[in-house]
Design a protein around this ligand. Structure first.
Ligand code: PFF
Length: 455
């Protein structure tokens, strides 16, 4: 870290024109939180781990760990008015905090390299759905997906995602990121409601709702708790400097406490409605609700292919996924862009272009590892794609979250003042950050890397 505290006026994050409006910030943060995680991971793990019982557990995890860290990240960003690395340093003057923060910049960069690949798939499927090319009687959707993934099109779509995200970011915080979210999020909500109405009125929809929501407390165990916690983390975009960087563009007048509740609620409601779209659709056509890729790119297209006006509803569904993915991708890319702007004093445009290009190149092996040239390369039993996903989601993100809890709970004494909290709320926030969140994060981490087993 060679930035000095006296350099703050040079820090691009400090420029007055780099600010969100109040509603723009909330929308952008919701856009970041609501992503591919809500749409294909959350519904599935909920259905598998006890429906409504798991949903309650997820809410508990959000309250005990997710929201306190979310507030902490935004507070560090606004207090430090720097990027994910410099904010820590500026607030304490200690270099090692800057280095720890830098790790989250690396995490964001790595996540973006593979998130852009999946976002690219959603764009391809959107186009193929609306044009009807995806839907033919008797089509094998697994074979179809693998044939797409083994060609060169995933690279083209990955590049398109990088170009869109880079372009939005180059336009600036209010003129780019905020505008993009202000246009897309309302559209997202409308599409979500249309699809919910469609799926809930399909014959046999009740079975899907039952799979998703019927509470079964006997399925809850320690493992479900850890899964719920891990997902609370990913879902709120924590542990990789994203909410911190967005927080650095927030005005002092904004209530960060209120923003925390709004973002948490928005994320939860979207995840809930996503489940009401996905399961009734899959069950109504007697299909197996797979997980991740299997659910979104194999089971659901099979359902849409049999539905009246399937290419329209399928197209809307993939458009929904694409919007969710793009608004999250923009927030991830902003982390390394903000860092390079400050570190090398690059203009926003230059940083956006260079980081997007490098990120695209770094993501190529991941893009080609699902059926492409790298698909038979399995070091340690995982493809490159799975490795990047595993290392970022299970090791780097929890570690980044731990740094935030320890920094806010122990190292930075003025967090309460910056967050606008005192009395009961401050005491509760500190208690959660100092004791509850770190212990739970360490448990999740040890479990995910196989050091402890709870099965
Ligand atoms: N929250 C996003 C999702 O649920 O898909 C993923 C994500 C976005 C993770 C931004 C991390 C991040 F910084």
């Amino acid at each position: 870290m060679n930035e000095q505290p006296s350099n703050t006026t040079l820090d691009p994050n400090d420029r007055k024109n780099e600010r969100f409006t109040s509603s723009g910030f909330i929308l952008a943060a919701i856009g970041s939180a609501v992503g591919l995680g809500n749409m294909w991971k959350f519904p599935y793990i909920t259905g598998k781990h006890g429906g409504a019982a798991f949903f309650l557990l997820f809410i508990v995890c959000l309250l005990l760990v997710g929201l306190p860290i979310l507030l902490a990240e935004m507070t560090i960003g606004r207090g430090g008015r720097g990027n994910a690395a410099t904010s820590f340093y500026k607030l304490t003057g200690k270099k090692y905090w800057g280095w720890l923060g830098l790790l989250s910049v690396v995490t964001a960069f790595l996540i973006m390299s593979y998130y852009a690949v999946v976002a690219g798939w959603t764009l391809h499927y959107t186009l193929e759905s609306f044009t009807g090319a995806l839907y033919h009687p008797g089509m094998d959707y697994k074979a179809e997906f693998l044939s797409f993934a083994s060609g060169s099109m995933p690279l083209v779509w990955q590049a398109v995602v990088m170009i869109i995200s880079g372009w939005v970011i180059a336009k600036g915080v209010s003129g780019g990121i905020e505008k993009f979210n202000k246009i897309l999020i309302p559209g997202f909500l409308i599409i979500l409601l249309i699809l919910m109405a469609r799926s809930l009125t399909l014959p046999g929809a009740g079975q899907g709702v039952e799979f998703f929501l019927k509470p079964d407390f006997s399925k809850l165990d320690a493992e479900s708790a850890l899964i719920a916690l891990g997902h609370a983390f990913f879902s709120l975009s924590l542990g990789m400097g994203c909410m911190l960087t967005y927080g650095s563009y927030v005005n002092k007048q904004q209530s960060l406490g209120a923003a925390t509740w709004a973002i948490g609620l928005g994320d939860m409601v979207y995840a809930f409605i996503a489940g009401l779209v996905i399961f009734p659709t899959v069950f109504s056509y007697g299909l197996e609700p797979g997980e991740g890729v299997g659910l979104a790119f194999m089971a659901l297209p099979a359902a849409f292919s049999q539905m009246p006006f399937g290419s329209l509803f399928g197209g809307l569904f993939f458009l929904l996924l694409a919007i969710a993915a793009l608004t999250s991708a923009v927030s991830i890319l902003e982390v390394p862009v903000a860092y390079t702007m400050s570190k090398w004093e690059w203009s926003r445009k230059k940083a956006a272009v260079i980081v997007s290009i490098v990120c695209f190149l770094v993501g190529i092996p991941a893009a080609l590892s699902v059926g492409g040239a790298f698909s038979s390369f399995h070091p340690g039993g995982k493809t490159v794609f799975d490795w990047v996903d595993f290392v970022t989601a299970y090791i780097l993100m929890p570690f980044g979250g731990l740094i935030v809890t320890l920094f806010t709970g122990y190292a930075w004494k003025k967090a309460g003042e910056e967050a606008g909290l005192s009395g009961f709320w401050y005491g509760t926030w500190m208690f959660l950050l100092r004791y509850v969140a770190p212990i739970l994060i360490i448990l999740v981490f040890l479990y995910s890397v196989g050091i402890i087993s709870l099965a």
